[in-house]
Write a protein that binds this ligand. Structure first.
Ligand code: FAD
Ligand code: FES
Length: 330
């Protein structure tokens, strides 16, 4: 059985257990959120030994070179000594420069980083309130936007980070930013390819960045953007996107809701996102697709598009996987 060393203590690693499982089980405080190898909030560093390849999947080369790995995806096969990485090396401090509601449960947050921060529109970062609490959020702005990094944050009932943003945050507050990560971004080079962008709720945030990036690169293919919500009030980008689509012939915006209302705008359809995708693009072969937001819907759409003929390599997705509840940790 492999041994795991952390802070002068050695633990036995049970069959199939991850580094995160073992440390949490023994009461060690290791930041984490999705526990699915996506959000990167559980980054740790190898002190001695080697981690399996899976534990470094999706990490940038500079992280790999430093021996960083994801504790939630690391099932050690041999003895391993690990530490928490130096946060100062991974994160950049930032100040809240803007915060305003976009709808009753979505807040727009704007941050100005203390040092230049490189990213691609549509990627995500981990925002850290303090050493313990970090959550991932997709970037809605463009890299050369002087106004700073923009996020759309939905309020989750009893959610630690989102409640802080919605109830207490004010301009001048400080937090830190780690990343960026994720491969949901526009890749120039195929200006005539048709692109399908699908998101529900704040899944719109990365899609906005991608659409703006595609447009400024002069993309000529169709940009079919589907935004789904429970109610019309959840379509918080409706006015902006309607105006943007008016200015760009190849941008087609499709708002849809599950629950229609008498007074809602005539352009809004009552339909499921899956149903709308099937009706609009029954044969997605040759299309590129970006799927963002609810993890179940992202998985369902990935399968639906693949079975309808879309190449798996052309499907980029960011599933907004929530944190694991405390009673399921350990
Ligand atoms: C790659 C990535 C990108 C993301 N981008 C965004 C974004 O742009 N905007 C955004 O608003 N969020 C985004 N998220 C989700 C975000 O990281 C947090 O999970 C979310 O804000 C809740 O954090 P919290 O601390 O408020 O709630 P927590 O304290 O983490 O959660 C409180 C409780 O609610 C449960 N919970 C949390 N979220 C949900 C949910 N959606 N459905 C059901 N149960 C839930 C948790 O399991 C927990 O039991 C993204 C997630 C990932 C992995
Ligand atoms: S990547 Fe490990 S907790 Fe999210």
């Amino acid at each position: 059985m492999a041994q795991l060393k952390f802070r002068d203590k050695t633990y036995e690693v049970g069959d199939g257990a991850t580094v995160l499982d073992v440390l949490l089980e023994h009461g060690q405080e290791v930041p984490n959120s999705c526990r699915a190898g996506v959000c990167q909030s559980c980054l740790m560093q190898v002190v001695e030994g080697e981690v399996p390849e899976q534990a470094q999947k999706g990490l940038k080369d500079s992280y790999r070179a430093k021996g960083l790995f994801l504790a939630c995806s690391c099932q050690p096969q041999a003895d391993l000594a690990v530490s928490l990485p130096d946060a100062a090396q991974l994160r950049v401090s930032a100040e809240v420069t803007g915060i305003r509601p976009l709808s009753e449960d979505v807040m727009e947050l704007v941050l100005q980083t203390d040092a230049p921060f490189e990213y691609q529109a549509g990627q995500f970062v981990t925002l850290w309130r303090d050493e313990r609490l970090g959550r991932s959020y997709s970037i809605a702005s463009l890299p050369d936007d002087d106004n700073g990094l923009m996020f759309h944050i939905r309020k989750v009932a009893r959610g630690e980070f989102s409640s802080w943003v919605h109830e207490d945050m004010k301009p001048g507050d400080r937090l830190s930013v780690q990343g960026p990560a994720g491969d949901c971004f526009y890749i120039p080079g195929q200006p005539d390819q048709d692109i399908l962008l699908i998101g529900t709720g704040t899944g719109l945030a990365p899609l906005l960045g991608i659409v703006h990036d595609a447009l400024r690169h002069g993309h000529r293919g169709r940009l079919q953007l589907i935004h789904g919500a429970q109610h019309p009030s959840g379509l918080y980008g409706h006015e902006t996107l309607t105006a943007l689509a008016r200015d760009h012939d190849n941008l087609i915006y499709h708002p849809c809701v599950l629950n229609a209302e008498d007074e809602m705008d005539a352009g809004i359809r009552q339909d499921t996102v899956e149903g709308l995708v099937k009706a609009l693009v029954p044969k997605p072969a040759g299309w590129k697709a970006y799927l963002c937001g609810d993890p179940d819907l992202v998985n369902k759409l990935r399968k639906q598009l693949f079975l309808a003929g879309c190449n798996m390599k052309d499907i980029n997705a960011d599933a907004f996987i929530p944190s694991t509840p405390a009673d399921r940790i350990g």
